[in-house]
Ligand binder design. Sequence first.
Ligand code: ZN
Length: 371
Amino acid sequence: MINRDRLVKEFIELISIDSLTLKERNMADTLKNKLEGMGLEVYEDDAGKKVRGNCGNIIGSKKGNKNAPGILLMAHMDTVVPCIGKKPQIHGNIIKTDGTTILGGDDVAGIVCILEALRVIGEENEQHGDIQVAFTIAEEGGLLGAKNLDYGNISAKYCFVLDDGGEIGRVAVTAPSQNKLDIVVKGKAAHAGVEPEKGISAISIAADAISKMKLGRIDEETTANIGIISGGNATNIVCDRVELKAEARSRCPKKLEEQTLHMKQRFMDAADSWKGQVEFHEELVYPSFKINETDEIVSVLKKAAQNAGLKLVLEATGGGSDTNIVNSKGIQAVDISVGMDKVHSVEEQIKIDDLVKAAGFLVEIIKSVEK
Ligand SMILES: [Zn+2]
């Protein structure tokens, strides 16, 4: 039922469009035309204006022909760099690039699965409830499209995001929240050769703090990392300022709070003992979510996987996605694997068989949503 050639052709077509974060206009216009061509009612929201992108999210609606809860199908239009002038190549069952850019299967794979599934349910006159589609902007830039989507116009009860990797049948049902941490450590400058004792080294304060900090994998659901550290002007000056960028994640909100506080406390203690100062700024980038085994959306997935002949694997992910945002808006959402592999690297690739399987799984999901 899935048209393999049509699916691959559309994948190559969309991969060939440059679609940088906040510059998704060409992709958005192409997708708008495709959805309209399939008879969906389509509009572009004003998310782009809010985040200074060159287009908004594309939202399409298809009326149902049976009495069942509405669903939202979601994939993002932007890709990470390097992505200009992508040249996809087909090697048997594998699609990859010439090695100079990413492939952009993240998330064109999700987009083509949605388009193909919509076509197939139309061609085969399948029974389904109301379907809405959201192709979002700037997922890679901090989930900005999903954050600024107009949820007042979304009537769906369940949301299926197609933006994950791994075997087809894997579905992320829980993901962490993330705190972004900006830290400024202040010491005091002095001539490093003439009177170093009059200075306070911000580098020493930061080093002291970090050496006593729990980082990396904290526990099964919590991680933390100092990603960027910068400061200093010359070897003959005691460094008076260091800036650090860090993060903490956890699927448990309480543990996230504890880890963030722990990191803050180590900086404060180090500043105290060296008589320097610390500014610590934290910001929640996205909230965590957790779908329970007993939730109805899982029953839909179980039935669909069985009909598609797939092994359903409910998993926890360590990353954030549009799924986190949709869940926080009161719509149950899960993130489905479309087989993308080695994403965010020039070695990114995808198996055609996986694309076909993922599209087939989505068709079964649409059919499995019952009253
Ligand atoms: Zn993605």
